[in-house]
Structure formats: C-alpha cells, structure tokens
Design a protein around this ligand. Structure first.
Ligand SMILES: [Zn+2]
Length: 74
C-alpha cells in the first residue's frame, strides 16, 4: 500500500498523477497502480456489471414466465 507523501493517506487507484484525497501531485513512481493495471481493473469491473445485468435480466424473465403461468391457471 502506497501512501500519499502530502497527506499520508493510502492512495486509491487513479489515472491522474494526483492524490484522490488532497489533490497533491504525485510522481509516476508514487502512483499505486500503473495505467495498464487501472484499465485492467475497469475492464474487469465492466465485465462484472455486464454479468450482474444478465443475472438481473434472467431473474426478470423467470419472474415474468412464472407470473404468466399463474395467470393462466386463474
Ligand atoms: Zn494526499
């Protein structure tokens, strides 16, 4: 865990060479993650969101067909 040399808080992943807490400038070697790592994280996050969406959509489809089958029985 790298800490900001300005405010001493643990740095969060940021694409800007800047502390997310105090906005202090950071040198490239002070950044916690390289840009490539951050982009990789974004890609992963994006895939997770897609996955969650699919699960939600599936849940709604199941619910819909369940409701329809109930309606047919009434
Ligand atoms: Zn800082």
């Amino acid at each position: 865990m790298k800490k900001c040399p300005h405010c001493n808080k643990v740095l969060m992943a940021s694409i800007l060479p800047q502390c997310s807490w105090c906005g202090g400038d950071l040198k490239e070697n002070e950044l916690r993650n390289s840009k490539e790592e951050i982009l990789e994280q974004w890609e992963k996050k994006k895939n997770e969101i897609e996955y969650q969406k699919k699960i939600k959509q599936h849940g709604e489809d199941v619910k819909k067909s369940f409701e329809e089958s109930i309606r047919r029985r009434i």
